[in-house]
Design a protein around this ligand. Structure first.
Ligand code: 5GP
Ligand code: ZN
Length: 125
């Protein structure tokens, strides 16, 4: 029986877990022991990357406790380093994570969008 998380997604069926496992191809730009950065398949800006934890966490609200907080901090710092590698400093970039249906989260594996390379409007829609 495959592991099932609170989001109801079988980890074995999770798209981003499959990318981590190399079962679904992706344009990977950087990785660490805990995180992976790859290009979004439907880029909304000249640079649009997704930064994910290698272990399955459904959304930011599920990263609880000391280990969850450590993971979130590491993920954010990793996203900033990837943005810098992509040449998005000093002009700027946006890091955003959609959580739940109202925000339009479509993949139930925590991911940070890193967007840059153009002027980004505010507020988002
Ligand atoms: P969300 O809508 O959950 O905030 O973001 C999910 C993101 O995953 C979307 O921007 C979507 O374009 C991206 N995405 C969906 N399927 C794939 C895929 O198979 N490969 C890659 N690289 N990105 C994907
Ligand atoms: Zn997953």
């Amino acid at each position: 029986m495959p592991a099932r998380r609170d989001c109801g997604v079988n980890v074995a069926d999770c798209l981003f877990c499959k990318i981590v496992a190399g079962k679904v191809p992706a344009k990977i730009v950087k990785q660490s022991a805990d995180a992976l950065a790859f290009r979004d398949i439907d880029a909304k800006a000249p640079v649009h990357l997704l930064v994910i934890p290698k272990r399955h966490v459904p959304a930011v609200r599920d990263a609880k406790g000391g280990d969850g907080e450590r993971l979130l901090g590491a993920l954010l710092a990793f996203a900033a380093s990837v943005a810098s590698d992509e040449g998005l400093d000093p002009d700027g970039y946006r890091i955003v994570t959609n959580t739940g249906r109202n925000a339009g989260q479509s993949v139930d594996h925590l991911h940070l969008h890193v967007l840059g390379g153009r002027k980004l409007s505010w507020p988002p829609g």
